[in-house]
Write a protein that binds this ligand. Structure first.
Ligand SMILES: Nc1nc2c(c(=O)[nH]1)N[C@H]1C(S)=C(S)[C@@H](COP(=O)(O)O)O[C@H]1N2
Ligand SMILES: [Mo]
Length: 198
């Protein structure tokens, strides 16, 4: 036996792994395509509309009454910053979708202020997406999407709609705001799906 430490057989792995083309930041940049909408909590509601037209609505107090999860996740913006280990509290989309009778494959997410983004319904399920209303132990600040934003950390962060207002479930895919402007329909950071054709 040589004088080799156990486990020291290959090249050292990098301390952190980032998706291709991303750099690490400790800041939390604000990226908004328009002004920050202010939504009074008594006026806030979240609606899921199934492809049948059936609507399910939650008020702010309805949302707070649902079981919450704390999640610590890495986030990746298509403008190339990544932030590791962000901690959020919110309601899993699995919880919200549980009572919705739908066979739709596509979702179009709607925000207060008019922003939209699309993704497969499958990506909202299986513990992959949350309606987040707390960030790092405090109420989610308005500039980061408060009172409530969608959090879908396995896709580029433009899919995580701030000031989320509802989700339409659809049988056909319909592009949202950035997707209409040439960004990728799906947006997997690990496959570097930034733009259409990537
Ligand atoms: N409603 C809304 N949601 C949005 C956006 C937006 O402009 N409007 N920008 C998206 C983009 S491109 C990114 S990178 C993240 C930025 O979130 P942050 O401002 O909290 O960093 O929000 C996403 N969600
Ligand atoms: Mo972004």
């Amino acid at each position: 036996m040589g004088i080799v430490s156990p486990g020291f057989h290959g090249r050292a792995r990098p301390a952190v792994e980032l998706p291709p083309g991303q750099y690490l930041t400790d800041d939390f940049p604000v990226l908004s395509a328009g002004p920050t909408p202010r939504i009074a909590l008594q006026d806030w509601e979240f609606t899921i509309i199934a492809e049948t037209g059936e609507a399910h609505r939650w008020s702010w107090s309805d949302l707070l009454a649902l079981p919450t999860e704390m999640v610590t996740v890495d986030i990746h913006c298509v403008t190339r910053w990544s932030k590791l280990g962000t901690t959020w509290q919110g309601v899993s989309l699995d919880t919200l979708l549980a009572g919705v009778d739908s066979a739709a494959d596509y979702a179009l997410v709607q925000s207060y202020g008019g922003y939209t983004t699309n993704l497969p319904v499958a990506d909202l399920r299986a513990g992959q997406a949350w309606l987040a209303y707390r960030y790092e132990g405090a109420d989610l600040p308005p500039e980061h999407g408060g009172p409530v934003r969608l959090l879908v950390p396995h896709l580029y962060f433009w899919k995580s709609a701030k000031w989320v207002r509802g989700i339409e479930l659809k049988t056909a895919d319909e592009p949202g705001f950035w997707e209409t402007l040439g960004y990728h329909d799906y947006g997997d950071p690990w496959r570097e799906q930034r733009y259409q054709g990537d």
